[in-house]
Design a binder for this molecule. Structure first.
Ligand code: AMP
Length: 114
């Protein structure tokens, strides 16, 4: 737990969030400022600042998050229509919260990358 981290506080239950999935290691909740009809954030409960901070010991959480996202996408009805999973990393990608998270976006047609 990083005391200055908003997603650590959400994972600890200190700040409320609209949760859609939770297990021992992962929490998923609706983005407070959605850019698509389905916009869910997936975070590991343990603090990792971003993709650049993953290592051999912690990388498995990303696969687990993809499995959780697969489940949530089906539950929210976008598995067949399609969805996008994004991990913004540092300045050029516009990362705002430095606790690794994957965005699950769906429910509307999205443009090409970039
Ligand atoms: P990123 O640019 O990838 O770091 O995106 C961070 C995301 O977190 C943004 O889409 C924000 O809208 C979202 N966000 C920030 N604070 C909260 C919060 N308390 N609850 C839900 N989503 C949040």
């Amino acid at each position: 737990m990083n005391d200055d981290c908003i997603f650590c506080k959400i994972a600890a239950g200190d700040i409320p969030a609209d949760k859609v999935y939770e297990d021992e290691e992962i929490l998923a909740f609706k983005d407070v400022n959605p850019v698509a009809p389905v916009h869910v954030l997936f975070v590991p409960k343990d603090h990792i600042a971003g993709v650049n901070d993953l290592n051999e010991r912690t990388a498995a959480i990303v696969g687990k998050i993809f499995l959780a996202a697969q489940k949530v996408a089906a539950e929210l009805g976008v598995a067949d229509s399609g969805y996008r999973i994004i991990a913004n990393t540092n300045r050029d990608a516009g990362q705002e919260v430095f606790h690794i998270h994957l965005h699950l976006l769906g429910g509307r047609r999205m443009g090409a990358m970039g």
